[in-house]
Design a protein around this ligand. Structure first.
Ligand SMILES: *Cc1c(COP(=O)(O)O)cnc(C)c1O
Length: 396
């Protein structure tokens, strides 16, 4: 019993739904308790190790006592210069490493903090549905108003900008986009970004582009950066991450690049909230960005095989899924005989021990879908498909 009589939780967190994976973890624990051997297509965390040359750079960096003190708030000069070199080599985009780049403690913190920096009470944030849950929750934490932009399969999971009402646009402060996309696996090409920059300038809206999966693409597709659009830097900030590109999720390193005033605003929140990422990690990150990028090709070849196994497997059970061109997520429809995403994913877990994520966890438009992450081996994927087949879990 708590001796406190006042409400403990601030209003801003009182209505926050439990984090999506908390409920899934509870169900997983119950299944393990029953002795079920799980195959998890749940959380999007790479199962492969960080490439050796990056780990080796970390070993050397940590032995150097000069890395042990507080880092500069905006990131080390070495890391930000590596970001600038990488942005140029990778996208042909020139950025000033001093004013237009900032190191992040993983991109998630900045994706949340940018709302603190930009959003006042009752400002509207245009948020895709389905999407990574942080955009919506961080909008609410800043007392802004999330406006759902439905991502429809018929439109390639791109938002239809023309459908956003004028009164919403008048109050809109920023728009989120994320391609290659979590959870749908959709990609966009540069022409979408061109259209978006025109839209943002016309309506006076800031573009926040989450490019966490920029390097994870297949079939020769190369994901663009919004900063490749001439003039994008007037209105856009882009969040990039070493997590997925170099299997470094636990290291917590990412970068924000783009408009210098947006970077400076983010910097005000960050200097008053955190004290930067460990210099040794930034040294290893600089190596990741500037060394030959073979590890990315090798990793994508592995994911592409897994993607093929998952798509082939589900299609053999009656689904009609097109192979994704980016991310490590398969986004598929729940069979019509189930009443909801949660109903289907619960049934699959109970019957087979296969963990899938219900699509409604990514927003209302995700209802009727599930997400399967290909962060396990081809053998495990085939085993998962076999288990579905054994229990007659087919699309029709
Ligand atoms: C994984 C992920 C991120 C954040 O990754 P960090 O590890 O915090 O850099 C951001 N956006 C999306 C859509 C993601 O899936």
């Amino acid at each position: 019993m708590t001796p406190l009589t006042k409400a403990i939780r601030a209003k801003r967190i009182s209505n926050t739904p439990p984090y999506l994976f908390a409920e899934i973890d509870r169900k997983k624990a119950a299944a393990i308790e029953k002795g079920i051997d799980l195959i998890s297509f749940g959380i999007g965390d790479p199962d492969l190790p960080t490439p050796k040359h990056i780990v080796d750079a970390m070993h050397a960096a940590i032995d150097d006592a000069k890395t042990h003190d507080y880092p500069p708030y905006e990131g080390t000069k070495e890391f930000r210069e590596a970001v600038a070199v990488w942005m140029y080599k990778r996208f042909g985009v020139s950025i000033d490493p001093v004013k237009e780049a900032m190191a992040l403690i993983g991109s998630k913190e900045a994706i949340a903090h940018i709302h603190t920096a930009l959003v006042d009470k009752d400002d509207v944030c245009l948020i895709p549905s389905p999407s990574y849950p942080v955009y919506r929750v961080a909008t609410i934490f800043s007392e802004g108003i999330p406006y759902n932009m439905p991502l429809k399969e018929a439109n390639g999971f791109l938002p239809d900008l023309k459908k956003i009402p004028a009164d919403v646009l008048a109050k809109a402060k920023l728009i989120w986009v994320n391609y290659p996309n979590n959870p749908t696996g959709a990609v966009c090409d540069l022409s979408f970004y061109e259209e978006l920059v025109v839209f943002a300038k016309k309506n006076n809206i800031i573009i926040c582009s989450d490019n966490a999966y920029s390097e994870m693409t297949y079939d020769g597709f190369v994901a663009p950066s919004i900063l490749q659009v001439p003039g994008a830097k007037d209105v856009a900030i882009e969040f990039l991450s070493l997590s997925k590109a170099y299997n470094m999720t636990g290291w917590r390193l990412g970068m924000a690049v783009g408009n210098e005033e947006l970077i400076a605003a983010l910097g005000i929140v960050k200097t008053n909230t955190d004290s930067g990422q460990f210099k040794a990690i930034q040294k290893a990150g600089a190596v990741a960005l500037t060394a030959p990028q073979d590890s990315i090709r090798e990793m994508n070849a592995i994911y592409q095989k897994r993607r093929d196994a998952m798509v082939y497997g589900l299609n053999s059970l009656g689904w009609n899924i097109q192979p994704i061109k980016g991310t490590f997520y398969i986004w598929a429809k729940v069979p019509p005989r189930f009443k909801s995403s949660a109903d289907f994913c619960g049934h699959v877990l109970d019957e087979t021990g296969v963990v899938l994520v219900p699509g409604n966890g990514y927003g209302d438009e995700g209802e009727g879908y599930f997400r399967a992450a290909i962060t396990v081996s081809v053998e495990k994927i085939e085993e998962g498909i076999r288990r579905l087949k054994e229990k007659s879990i087919t699309f029709k």
